[in-house]
Design a protein around this ligand. Structure first.
Ligand SMILES: [Zn+2]
Ligand SMILES: [Zn+2]
Length: 166
């Protein structure tokens, strides 16, 4: 979505609203394409007392494999987009500002980046997902698999080893 920011930068109190959809179906994340439906973006760029800010809300649906059990999960997500836009940087080191080089400003790269950053690194089907059995690969959310738990025995073996050394 391209919006003309000339009047927003030049006139205090000026606001440019936007309400549109972005197709992010081509975005790949760890081998899957999570954005099946278009992403809805709604917000405004506004000039309040000379400071130009973008504030928007993106709502999207993603389908990703659960980090623990790999079962596909579809979830509604929301992402707040909030930045200060400037024509030029007074201090080169300031990363908080987005420099607008062209007043025919394309929102999409900024919106896409914020949305991708808002996807949680650990994405679980349920907060207490039991994951897969490390031995037989069964999804333990569907019930126990019958394999003996390894953790306890491993710890005891380690303790026996330490006892031997004393
Ligand atoms: Zn899971
Ligand atoms: Zn098992």
């Amino acid at each position: 979505m391209i919006i003309n920011l000339e009047s927003v930068f030049n006139v205090e109190g000026r606001t440019a609203d936007f309400d549109y959809e972005i197709d992010m179906s081509g975005e790949e994340l760890d081998g899957s394409f999570p954005f099946v439906k278009p992403v809805k973006v709604k917000g405004a760029v506004s000039n309040s007392t000379g400071i130009v800010e973008i504030n928007a809300d993106a709502s999207y649906e993603i389908t990703l494999p659960c980090t623990r059990c790999a079962r596909a999960v579809t979830r509604q997500m929301n992402c707040e987009i909030s930045h200060t836009l400037v024509r030029e940087l007074e201090n080169e080191k300031n990363d908080d500002y987005i420099v607008v080089e062209n007043l025919e400003y394309d929102l999409d790269p900024l919106v896409r980046e914020d949305i991708l950053l808002s996807i949680p690194y650990v994405f679980l089907c349920e907060p207490d997902c039991k994951g897969l059995c490390p031995k037989c690969g069964k999804n333990l959310n569907d019930g126990a698999c019958g394999c003996k738990a390894e953790t306890g025995r491993g710890f005891e073996a380690l303790r026996a080893l330490l006892d031997d050394e004393q």
